[in-house]
Design a protein around this ligand. Structure first.
Ligand code: GDP
Ligand code: MG
Length: 708
């Protein structure tokens, strides 16, 4: 059985009734004892439910050492004897109040068989906040959705089935005041203990940055396992890691008792806190709280409908527009358009400066460094020509990363995913798959890593496999170079068409992969909608820099190395005309040429594509180098016209877009999926697809008379 839920109070699923008979049927002399802890906000109805469950069989005492009342009672259900504990009411599980510590210690220390979280249905958002924390403790949690009568009278319509699916746990509606639903609850408790209910283990995702630090802290905790010993068994490492980020006092005190003050765990904690503070400009605890509320907001937005919408916060008001089913789309389109507008038009200005700088540098080297000839050629054709041809795109790439960082840091990205959820479902994917796709416009490497937020492995694999079809910034230099040379008047339109081509292919491939490789349905799960925040200048720049600087490093390392290799192959054997078909690169190209001949490409294209496997920018630097014209874009354009026609140039751009994700992406696919087969598959399918698409473009173009 997957998930147990009730759709209405009266029409109970036959499955539950059947189960109940089964349980009651096996009467036994020795009832099995089960501990059931009741947790929930103050006034959610715990004591009422407790009385309904246990009747007169109660015992009132105190929690050890404190004067907080502890109520215990028992109740029989078929084979079972439930030992029910009424925990103190709390809104949260931080260590700020005595009640919170009691609840937390009881659940982690005594490990009840099941925690029943009493949620006030008339106040569901506030109550679910505690639920997000109970779910993290690693014990089975089920929700008793109380005060259904109040919710109904206030016109609050809760889709219980969906709520249960989103949270990955059973939800049982009850009306404590009238003792309704109590039997259902007992029945579900028994089913959980019988192992008939699957928990999906949903937890709040705290966003990529925080999750990365959680990972680091978790491994630091594992390193301290010998010293922590028993203590570790009590808590899950993830929970401890989150508490370390929250700087939870109670946990810090205990950890300090077990570990040396200079433990690497505390060191990691400081590092993580400082890193996150620099990004968010706020306490990590605040960020974590925001994500929990975001989880609740996302859940409520999907599963709860109100007759009268009453926006409570500014964030809610903005969301009523931005995540509106209709209005959301034009806003999204506008944001995307702005991102591309800024990248391409604003980026042009500093791009011209850099181009002039490399132009000057090339001329300087050419005039002042006349001997030895090979050195001059290496610097002018190889290094400045190759690396310079790519570095001119630095501003555009940084602007693109800046925009993506802004979308993420303001919280808008989560909304985009939310409104795209239905579209993505049509693709057999979940809205959460949409975020990596937008990030893919920046760079496919962090985008593949961002798929970690997807819970289902199938969804994740599909999202990863289609990601390289999103035109990352490394394709930008290729599009820019070729559109400038062949589509001068329609540069923008042609570039846009390539982005679109990638998206369309991603859609088609997603459908195919879902159908043939990873059949099934996208699992429903909560999309966190944390409150909007003003991004801090520093945080956004750190974000942009972290990703953009990778490009810089790439230019200084593999692109430089690639350019030097291509230069050597073009220069030698000595005496041949530079970059001619008699040079080494020419021979290599001739060898590969038959493979790309049907696409209308010649040997130079073949070589550029071969080296471009390392990084797509190398396609451009290779042309910069082979064509032997330094960094001068106009001169490269002129020579390219000798190599391509507009038709083959377009087919070539399409090929470059689709074929083989760069080495770094293939490596991260292997790392994230842990599968060589998937990594190899990503290479093979994209290569095949690129060939087919380029072939079709070329052949159909020829048929339409576009060959000239
Ligand atoms: P606790 O603080 O969680 O122990 O909550 P209590 O059990 O003391 O209940 C708080 C108040 O809510 C009491 O006045 C109850 O009578 C009332 N109450 C509990 N369950 C329901 C319900 O399902 N419907 C309504 N209308 N009131 C309820
Ligand atoms: Mg009470």
């Amino acid at each position: 059985m997957a998930i147990l839920y009730h759709t209405t109070m009266t029409a109970r699923p036959a499955r539950i009734l059947h189960l109940k008979e089964g349980v009651l049927g096996q009467q036994n002399d020795k009832p099995r004892s089960i501990t059931v802890a009741l947790s929930g906000n103050p006034n959610a109805g715990k004591t009422t439910l407790f009385n309904n469950l246990t009747g007169a069989r109660q015992h009132v005492g105190n929690w050890p050492g404190v004067t907080v009342e502890k109520k215990e009672g028992t109740c029989k259900y078929g084979d079972y004897r439930f030992e029910v504990v009424d925990l103190p009411g709390t809104y949260s599980l931080t260590a700020y109040s005595l009640e919170e510590v009691i609840v937390r210690e009881y659940i982690t220390g005594e490990k009840p068989d099941i925690v029943v979280d009493i949620v006030d249905a008339s106040n569901i958002e506030r109550n679910l906040y505690l639920t997000t924390q109970l779910m993290e403790l690693g014990v089975p949690v089920i929700i008793a959705l109380n005060m259904m009568d109040v919710a109904e009278s206030r016109g609050i319509d809760i889709n219980i089935e969906l709520l249960s699916e989103l949270l990955g746990l059973p939800v049982v509606p009850i009306v404590g005041l009238r003792n309704r639903g109590t039997d259902d609850l007992k029945c579900v408790i028994a089913a959980v203990v019988n192992g008939e209910v699957k928990f999906r283990g949903v937890h709040v995702n705290y966003g990529q940055e925080v999750e990365e630090e959680i990972d680091k802290l978790e491994s630091a905790i594992e390193d301290e396992r010998p010293a922590l010993g028993e203590y570790l068994g009590k808590y899950s490492t993830r929970w401890l890691a989150v508490k370390l980020l929250e700087e939870d006092e109670a946990i810090m005190e205990v950890l300090s008792g077990h570990l040396e003050a200079d433990s690497s765990l505390f060191e990691q904690q400081e590092k993580s806190l400082a890193h996150l503070y620099s990004i968010f400009g706020e306490d990590v605890e605040t960020v974590i709280v925001d994500y929990r509320y975001g989880f609740v907001a996302g859940t409520a937005r999907e599963a709860v409908k109100r007759e009268i919408e009453e926006p409570v916060s500014t964030s809610d008001r903005i969301d009523n527009i931005l995540t509106n089913r209709i209005l959301g789309f034009p806003f999204f389109a506008f944001f995307m358009w702005s991102m591309f507008f800024l990248t391409f038009y604003l980026g042009k200005i500093p791009m011209d400066w850099i181009e002039r700088f490399f132009g000057g540098l090339g001329n300087f080297a050419a005039t002042n460094l006349t001997s030895p000839v090979w050195l001059q050629s290496l610097l002018v054709d190889g290094v400045i020509g190759g690396v310079g041809a790519v570095l001119v795109f630095l501003p555009q790439i940084f602007i693109m990363f800046l925009c993506i960082s802004l979308l993420e840091d303001t919280g808008y990205m989560a909304r985009a995913a939310f409104i795209m959820d239905r579209v993505m479902h049509w693709l057999g994917l979940h809205g959460k798959s949409f975020i990596p796709m937008i990030m893919g416009f920046g760079c496919n490497v962090p985008a593949v890593m961002a798929t970690r937020t997807l819970e289902s492995e199938k969804d994740r694999n599909i999202t990863i496999l289609i990601n390289p079809l999103m035109s990352c910034t490394a394709r930008l230099p290729v599009y820019a170079l070729f559109t400038a040379a062949f589509f001068t008047a329609h540069q923008g339109t042609v570039t846009f068409s390539l982005y679109l081509l990638g998206i369309i292919l991603a859609v088609i491939m997603a459908k195919l992969f879902r159908r043939f490789l990873f059949p099934g349905e996208a699992e429903p799960f909560v999309m966190e909608l944390p409150p909007y925040r003003w991004p801090t200048l520093k945080g956004t720049f750190i974000h942009m820099w972290e990703r953009g600087s990778l490009f810089l490093r790439k230019a200084g390392t593999i692109i430089l190395a690639g350019s030097v290799v291509v230069w050597m192959l073009s220069y030698f054997p000595s005496g041949v005309e530079y970059g001619s078909s008699a040079s080494l690169v020419g021979k290599l190209g001739r060898l590969l040429e038959p493979l790309v001949r049907p696409l209308g490409f010649d040997w130079r294209a073949a070589v550029a594509l071969l080296f471009g496997i390392v990084a797509k920018e190398i396609v451009v630097s290779t042309f910069g180098t082979i064509l032997g014209v330094g960094e001068d874009q106009e001169a490269i354009s002129g020579r390219l016209q000798g190599v391509f026609t507009p038709l083959t140039a377009y087919a070539f751009m399409a090929f470059t877009l689709i074929y083989i994700p760069c080495l770094a992406t293939v490596a991260v696919i292997k790392k994230e999926t842990g599968s060589w087969r998937l990594a190899a598959f990503s290479v093979l399918y994209t290569l095949t697809l690129a060939w087919i698409v380029a072939f079709l473009i070329y052949r159909i173009g020829l048929l339409c008379g576009l060959g000239g």
